[in-house]
Write a protein that binds this ligand. Structure first.
Ligand SMILES: Nc1nc2c(ncn2[C@@H]2O[C@H](COP(=O)(O)OP(=O)(O)OP(=O)(O)O)[C@@H](O)[C@H]2O)c(=O)[nH]1
Ligand SMILES: [Zn+2]
Length: 296
């Protein structure tokens, strides 16, 4: 029995393709996973065994950082969030929902504004101005299609797993197809070792991009914030979190507490009013345990 470690890069009809130091190995998951109700996902770090007959088995899932999306991808370190200028209309509420959710999941986010070609003048300028705020608080922002295509592969560092997210119709698949086209040369190595030419019914796959991977999934378009603990929500607004060390009270919720730094920065216009309003709306949503009307 030979033991090796690797990353699940593909899932096809019950088989798991694991990238190891020696190349891609197609494995079966051991029945033991079914009993434990554990399911390996693309992105998982795993141990595989190759028996004397040359059969390969996935025998162990190593601890994961997270498991997000549907279909699920494990160990996602970065999200490429696609948000459209129009069709569907740009929405700061939606942007904040995604950012809060991913901050809670400990995933970094890069924002890409799509469909800028369909909007002109003041309306586009206003959106870009809003996005400049997000850039300022630490989120990389792209508003130009060519920029995103060139820079994203450069941003994906060794071993990182990126996946797409964004509202339905935002342009995730469109962007993914462009990025995949650029990555063709690298993925060639993977497809060559897997019966190339044969029709595959693969469902989930990671493809190599930059020094890491991008998940070849539609990404996800809706999110549920209700599992977040109410008094922890403020930690997921990155600029609130940074300011909170100067709040008078530890665990300040930035509501009516005296000596609140977040409220001070809000009054000075350094924290965006819209962000703060979205924070309050999410608090209501979480405490009532239901999605807001506009998402139903
Ligand atoms: N004009 C313009 N159209 C775009 C752009 N990006 C995407 N589209 C179009 O918008 C529509 C939706 O794009 P998709 O890529 O399918 O969107 P999606 O986010 O994958 O949508 P779901 O699969 O529903 O989650 C398609 O008709 C695309 O051709 C863009 O930058 N400019
Ligand atoms: Zn405070």
């Amino acid at each position: 029995m030979k033991l090796a470690e690797g990353t699940v890069v593909g899932l096809i009809a019950g088989y798991y393709d694991v990238e190891t130091a020696a190349g891609i190995v197609r494995t079966r998951a051991r029945g033991v996973f079914r009993q434990k109700k554990q399911k390996p996902a693309v992105g998982d770090r795993v141990e595989i065994k190759i028996d004397d007959q040359g059969m390969s088995y996935l025998v162990k899932i190593l601890p994961r950082l997270n498991r997000i999306g549907r279909p699920a991808v494990a160990n996602v370190s970065h999200i490429l969030l696609v948000i459209s200028a129009v069709e569907p209309d740009f929405s700061l509420e939606l942007l904040d929902r995604f950012l809060t959710f991913f901050s809670w999941q400990k995933v970094k986010v890069t924002i890409y504004l799509s469909k800028t070609d369909l909007l002109k003048g003041d309306k586009l300028a206003k959106i870009k101005e809003d996005l400049a705020y997000y850039q300022k608080i630490g989120y990389p922002v792209f508003t130009d299609y060519h920029d995103v295509e060139v820079k994203i592969p450069q941003m994906i560092k060794e071993g990182q797993i990126w996946t797409l997210a964004g509202q339905s119709g935002a342009g995730k698949s469109t962007l993914l197809n462009h990025l995949k086209k650029d990555a063709n040369q690298v993925t060639g190595a993977i497809s060559a070792s897997l019966n190339r030419g044969k029709h595959t019914t693969r469902k989930v796959e990671l493809f190599k991009l930059g020094e890491g991977f991008l998940a070849d999934t539609p990404g996800f378009s809706s999110i549920d914030l209700t599992p977040i603990k109410l008094n922890e929500l403020c930690n997921y607004f990155v600029e609130f979190k940074r300011a909170s060390s100067k709040c008078k009270f530890r665990g300040c919720q930035h509501l009516k507490e005296p000596g609140c730094e977040v409220k001070k920065l809000l009054e000075e216009g350094q924290i965006m009013q819209h962000r703060y309003d979205d924070y309050l709306a999410m608090r209501t949503e979480i405490s009532e345990g239901r999605l807001p009307e506009y998402l139903k």
